[in-house]
Design a protein around this ligand. Structure first.
Ligand code: PSU
Ligand code: MN
Length: 300
């Protein structure tokens, strides 16, 4: 797989600095402009402040980019109708010379190809509510199981069926480890009431788990970090607005890969921007932890 490296990432690889992979579907589909650009800027700054280097992945004119300069970041943030590139779309995006943001699944795949072991995102895709009818399950989950990359997130997106998402992760052999919590964080909210079997206190402990996984030759691990208190929403508030958003999605017959972007933008409208603010804060917070983790592994 031919990868293109930004100047900053190329230098980091030469000088053996720790790298943190970041996704770009959140830029191209997950957040509106200009909040998406603000999110990218804050995440990259948080990674650099910890002494690591951000490597945002994207497909640009069919090229697989590891690290984006300001111009390419802006192109993704302002672009309309950009492709949402999951793992299964990568080859098609390349063949068609397309431009798009990579989701968690495509980003962990590109990270593994680039030798990057730590990746930060907001919330994972997973098993959707009503999956009995739709069988809508994000390809994020099997991709995390397959590629040996640590995924730092604030849990799975709250629009999902979280108990079933946890069950499927167990089936796939993916550990879900709480960072300073014994409960799955709820993305916009700090709590879900769903217990996690394992937790670590800090990035140092997380790094030890990562090294042991690598020695066993196993795939990805999830580190779930609760969103910062100042920006987190109450779980009941999220649920209330979510029910309305889910109803709207059903009425408008939104399906397939449009479901996630639709629900996120509905929530932003219905919470008067509170969910947006929480999303930005947790993205930055996760990027910071990921940078500490990338440093703690000692791998370069
Ligand atoms: N979480 C967010 N914003 C996002 C996503 C997740 O807060 O934009 C994106 C991620 O890139 C994730 C994707 O991989 O949504 C999952 O989409 P789907 O459910 O269609 O697999
Ligand atoms: Mn889906």
């Amino acid at each position: 797989m031919k990868l293109q490296f930004s100047a900053e990432v190329a230098t980091a690889r030469r000088t053996l600095k720790p790298l943190v992979a970041l996704e770009s579907s959140v830029l191209a589909q997950g957040l509106p402009y200009p909040e998406n650009l603000e999110a990218a800027t804050r995440c990259e700054a948080a990674v650099r402040a910890e002494g690591a280097v951000p490597a945002t992945m994207a497909v640009i004119d069919g090229e697989l980019w590891v690290g984006l300069d300001a111009h390419r970041t802006e192109r993704l943030a302002k672009g309309r109708g950009l492709m949402k590139v999951g793992s299964r779309d990568l080859a098609i995006a390349v063949a068609r010379r397309a431009t798009g943001g990579t989701t968690v699944s495509a980003t962990v795949e590109l990270a593994a190809a680039a030798g990057i072991h730590v990746f930060s995102t907001g919330g994972l895709g997973g098993v959707h509510r009503g999956m009995e009818e739709t069988l809508d399950i994000s390809q994020d989950l099997p991709a995390i199981a397959r590629f040996p990359v640590a995924v730092v997130c604030a849990g799975a997106k709250s629009v999902l069926d979280l108990p079933r998402t946890l069950e499927l992760l167990e089936t796939l052999g993916v550990p879900v480890i709480g960072v300073g919590t014994d409960e799955l964080p709820g993305f916009y909210s700090r709590e879900t009431g769903l217990p996690l079997e394992h937790q670590v206190a800090d990035a140092g402990e997380a790094g030890e788990v990562l090294r042991a996984r690598a020695e066993l030759g196993q795939g990805g691990v999830i580190f779930a970090v609760p969103p910062p208190k100042a920006a987190a929403m109450k779980r009941v508030d999220v649920e209330k607005h979510l029910e309305a958003a889910l109803k709207a999605a059903k009425e408008k017959r939104i399906s397939g890969k449009s479901v996630t972007p639709f629900l996120l933008s509905e929530l932003a409208k219905r919470t008067k921007g509170k969910s947006l603010a929480a999303n930005l804060a947790l993205l930055e917070n996760n990027a910071r932890f990921a940078a500490r983790l990338a440093t703690a592994t000692g791998w370069r």
